[in-house]
Design a protein around this ligand. Sequence first.
Ligand SMILES: *[C@@H]1O[C@H](CO)[C@@H](O)[C@H](O)[C@H]1NC(C)=O
Ligand SMILES: *[C@@H]1O[C@H](CO)[C@@H](O)[C@H](O)[C@H]1NC(C)=O
Ligand SMILES: *[C@@H]1O[C@H](CO)[C@@H](O)[C@H](O)[C@H]1NC(C)=O
Ligand SMILES: *[C@@H]1O[C@H](CO)[C@@H](O)[C@H](O)[C@H]1NC(C)=O
Length: 153
Amino acid sequence: MALNHLLVSLIVLLTFKTVSFAEIQPKNLSVHAGDSYEFVQREKLPDFSLLMWIITPFSKNYSETIVTCDNETRTVDVSSSYKDRVVLNTATFSLTLKKMLKTDSGLYCTTTIGQKTIPVCQYNVSVVDNHGSTTTNFLPLILLTSTLSTIMF
Ligand SMILES: *[C@@H]1O[C@H](CO)[C@@H](O)[C@H](O)[C@H]1NC(C)=O
Ligand SMILES: *[C@@H]1O[C@H](CO)[C@@H](O)[C@H](O)[C@H]1NC(C)=O
Ligand SMILES: *[C@@H]1O[C@H](CO)[C@@H](O)[C@H](O)[C@H]1NC(C)=O
Ligand SMILES: *[C@@H]1O[C@H](CO)[C@@H](O)[C@H](O)[C@H]1NC(C)=O
């Protein structure tokens, strides 16, 4: 009996997942390594008791919870692997991830637990290398130019 109930819940969960994946196109974006990015919560939320941001990294086979927020207490629980890098806006439920790493590349989804469980994948993120950045290349060039000028004149 209990097992049956569990199986039914699991099937319902999987069905919801399939439906949402098909209906909602995540936004493709690329972010430079080291940058911060604010994942704006774009979907209309149902009544919920818990909201979670979850990631399915490209490099992994499974999803991981980044943050959980309790609707009533607005308590934010950050997963230990994201400690100090995550800010959740408890009014808008937008997620800011700081100092992004290449391993942060993946599919970012929100799930709510309460009346319904609807995983909505909102962002498909590729974290790309930062070489060619103007700030790191420009400054040495200016210094070199002024040094040369000093030597030559
Ligand atoms: C995102 O990229 C994938 C594969 O490159 C593509 O199939 C999908 O349509 C893109 N999504 C959007 C919203 O442009
Ligand atoms: C949060 O909980 C309150 C009561 O507990 C409820 O009235 C409200 O609709 C919930 N908010 C959301 C966004 O579900
Ligand atoms: C991913 O999961 C599939 C089965 O779901 C398994 O066959 C495969 O080995 C897994 N790959 C990795 C990299 O864990
Ligand atoms: C996410 O982006 C990757 C790489 O850009 C692409 O291969 C993949 O198809 C995209 N997935 C979705 C669901 O848009």
